[in-house]
Design a protein around this ligand. Structure first.
Ligand code: TYD
Ligand code: MG
Length: 453
């Protein structure tokens, strides 16, 4: 068998070359080509003869569910899937200044008070600063061990000696390994540091929470590069101007993804919001045109939100389409369906769409409420203030029923709503004593709510 010649591969685009060269022809990167060992041809000396045989089991093997530690903060426990799983790795991402350090200091204090040994390592603030924040939050007596360090070798040595149940690393972008020649915050440092910490977590049974800043600039690696290494990815979202903060699970190996926890930033830290619907509807003024209440589902919970629209004559050649809290592509689709199927054009009109309170709505079920708000704004006719709407709009203009209709109605009824507009064939159940209007398509909806359109 002839010895196969070595191959050279570009590290940034993966193009293979016959010989080493300074610049990759595939992507133009300099100094990115490295030699790679040729792949084995599966011959007699192949890998398969040198390993151990691993022990296999079948799918029916009984495994106890992992014991979970509760923080006592219900909103956090729910997002984690029912508490903290030992030896798990969690990433908490979010914009700088949104409140990640505040949330995790409060979480550390709660876990510590529940008997978990907690370590909080800050790479961004001095211990005195963290202590000052703890004092402000009234947590100075919680048994949390504090450290300020960015050298990962020192941190891992400390964790190995201390063996806490939970270590919080704030933030992964400040950590650096002396074996990697790159600045802290660069992709290679972030990836290597996260890998070391996650491997350590699994081997030594320490749960690790990594804080990661999401930044729009390319220089500092966002937490995206560590997402696949960890078990759970939580994002802490919210508008700076609003006091609401939403902790959202986007990946969870130990619980449902898409679960949310709602918090409010107050003078003394983050407070849980156990009834988010009441909060998101609280700043609703008197019935006005351009407003529709959407009965949505966030994770496992129904949440009511107000969708607001403003439609005004445009002075621009291409009218504005401004969306906050919803997908702008979805708005375009709904506008197109209104025009093509119901003959209601929005040409020459600026359209502004907004979810009140700073929540992000991703459900297609919001379509009908969006259409309601748009039509109400355009026709200057208010939707009854005691009505909720939900339903998906298909391109044909038909309304499609959505899941969990009963839960949505139950939440609306609890908050004093008395009417609901839903797609035909929705499984409304007992309807919770509400007056239900079922609509087969958007044209029927327009006719019923706003006259013939
Ligand atoms: P912080 O947790 O430092 O954000 P991050 O770690 O995500 O960068 O939170 C910073 C903001 O939170 C800051 O603008 C002030 C505000 N804040 C309060 O409103 N109340 C509080 O009790 C605390 C501690 C912070
Ligand atoms: Mg911080």
């Amino acid at each position: 068998m002839s010895k196969s010649s070595p191959i050279f591969v570009c590290n940034s685009c993966g193009t293979a070359h016959k010989k080493w060269q300074g610049r990759c022809e595939g992507c133009g990167a300099w100094n990115s080509i490295v030699e790679e060992a040729p792949l084995s041809d599966g011959g007699p000396k192949a890998l398969r003869s040198k390993g151990r045989t691993i022990v296999l089991s079948d799918l029916a093997t009984q495994e106890d569910p992992p014991p979970r530690a509760s923080s006592g903060i219900d909103e956090l426990d729910r997002v984690l899937g029912g508490g903290l799983v030992p030896a798990s790795a969690i990433l908490v991402g979010g914009d700088p200044g949104i409140g990640k350090s505040t949330l995790l200091l409060q979480a550390a204090a709660s876990f510590a008070r529940n008997g978990l040994k907690c370590l909080y390592i800050s790479g961004e603030e001095a211990t005195a600063q963290v202590r000052m924040r703890a004092q402000r939050l009234g947590l100075q007596n919680a048994p949390v061990s504090l450290g300020a360090e960015t050298n990962l070798r020192d941190i891992l040595t400390t964790l190995d000696a201390e063996r806490p149940a939970l270590a919080i690393i704030d933030s992964i972008q400040t950590m650096w390994l002396d074996t990697v020649e790159a600045a802290p915050g660069s992709v290679s440092q972030v990836r290597a540091s996260a890998h070391e910490l996650v491997t350590f977590a699994k081997r030594r049974g320490v749960a690790i929470i990594l804080v990661g800043h999401v930044t729009k600039e390319g220089q500092i690696a966002g937490p995206r590069v560590v997402e696949h290494m960890v078990d759970t990815v939580l994002y802490f979202e919210g508008e700076r101007g609003h006091q609401f903060r939403i902790l959202r699970a986007v990946k969870n190996r130990f619980g449902p993804a898409d679960e949310i926890g709602v918090f409010e930033m107050t003078g003394d830290g983050l407070a849980q919001v156990l009834n988010p619907s009441a909060l998101f509807l609280s700043d609703r003024d008197r019935p006005a045109s351009g407003s529709a209440v959407f009965a949505g589902i966030e994770g496992t919970r129904p949440v009511l939100t107000e969708i607001q629209a403003l439609v005004a004559p445009s002075t621009l050649g291409t009218p504005r389409r401004t969306v906050v809290g919803l997908d702008s592509g979805r708005l375009s689709t709904i506008l197109a369906v209104l025009e093509a199927r119901c003959g209601i054009p929005f040409t020459g009109l600026d359209v502004f769409l907004n979810v009140a309170g700073g929540l992000r709505v991703n459900e297609p079920a919001a379509d009908l409420a969006v259409a309601g708000a748009l039509l109400s704004a355009r026709e200057d006719v208010a939707i009854p203030p005691d009505m909720v709407l939900f339903g998906e709009i298909s391109l044909s203009g038909a309304l499609r029923p959505v899941g969990q209709t009963e839960n949505r109605l139950k939440e609306a009824s609890k908050l004093g709503f008395q009417q609901a507009t839903v797609p035909s064939r929705s499984k409304t159940g007992t309807a919770e004593g509400m007056r239900i209007r079922e609509m087969a398509d958007l044209t029927a909806f327009v006719g019923e709510m706003f006259g013939a359109g």
